[in-house]
Design a protein around this ligand. Sequence first.
Ligand code: GDP
Length: 462
Amino acid sequence: MQIPNQDTIIALSTAPGVGAIAVIRLSGPEAIEIVNDVFHGKSLTEQESHTAHFGTIRDNERADGIAKIIDEVLVTLFIAPKSFTKENVVEISCHGSPFIVQQIIKLFLRKGVRLAKPGEFTQRAFLNGKFDLAQAEAVADLINADTEAAHTAALNQMRGGFSEQIKQLRQELIHFASMIELELDFGEEDVEFADRQDLKNLVEKLLSVIKILANSFDLGNVIKNGVPTVIAGKPNAGKSTLLNALLNEEKAIVSDIAGTTRDFIEDEINLEGVVFRFIDTAGLRETEDKVEAIGVSRTREKMKQASLIIYLFDMKNDSIVEIHRDINMLENLGVPFIKVGNKVDEAQPELYEKLKEGNDVLFISAINKENLEALKTKLVETVNLDKFKTGDTVVTNIRHYDNLIQTQNALTAVMTGLESDITGDFLALDIRQALHYLGEITGEITTDDLLSNIFSKFCIGK
Ligand code: GDP
């Protein structure tokens, strides 16, 4: 859909600050004329799309009547609809000085151009049909991607892989919806255009595809946000020391006194393209009953939110009974965990003997940074990124995940309805719901709230 008579917007598109070059972008019907008005060089209105032109930008509205040069620039033209926004777009490459950028932007604001809102260029691209909503969101993900896996996932999504799948599912469902709606039009006459068994088969198929997509979110979330990892263990086991050693900087407070690390500290390390987000469990210290520490409810809650637990125990002070009890508790929790015996430099020899065979324990000395590489390798091994490399679609966006789950619920209701032979009007209701949630993913159905919610998270200039 083309929205006519939009105003022309402007923003700095490169990062703010001093640089060799800064790029200021204008988009809108008047973009070329307005730039032409202050540009000294060729007449821009007579140039072809995708051409670059050297010249100067001059402030021609000064009180003294002198058209003062602001900068020498290179202007690139993109004539609608062959541009990012499908509108006329001009990119002005000027010298990367915040002063020059400010002067140029102010000049255009005086000429009636408006400052772009966050994500407005991308929003216009979406509204003008350049790409769908899921692809627009992938633009932001791509810019924010800081690992190879995140980059690949965002690129796949931006290039429309995921959208295609969703649109296809929706198309199949629309076909059936229209058959059912047709039945409703015939009301009394008791006709069935939509074969119930065919509909069942279709819903079953859709449910299985949606399930695969929804399940991929676990991996997608890891790719995008990292693996939430908890280091769990009794006070003084060496958790802060280990975290410090892993982060390689003094981010956690290491102390002999239990209780110094008061709040959960979150930090990240990037191991072979996987980000581990550490959640330090200072809450352990809130209990008087230190023996029960690992079972404390707040810690348990944190541990349940984690995708991975490093269970750290103290080879110098802990007993085999305590260790086994903790391991038991962790096994019941159902979150994958790695068993790590710390303070191996001062280990009780009999404890070491008991644990060294067949217990799958990794022995480290956090304080001496001993065997940390083995721990890092183990961390990476627990996250199976290989699955991702097959090129399957991976859902990385929680909004998409939410909508998939809602679609799943609506389709399950359709299935239940079909099995109990409910009337077409009820079926139609649930099918419409499913269509709605699927449509919201790609933006075939949108509301202003949804759009502003998505695009306000973008940077200005995107
Ligand atoms: P937390 O309460 O689990 O966070 O434990 P800390 O990291 O504060 O460590 C408690 C004490 O154990 C400190 O005195 C550390 O210096 C000490 N510690 C930590 N790691 C090691 C280790 O590998 N070997 C030895 N001998 N002491 C350690």
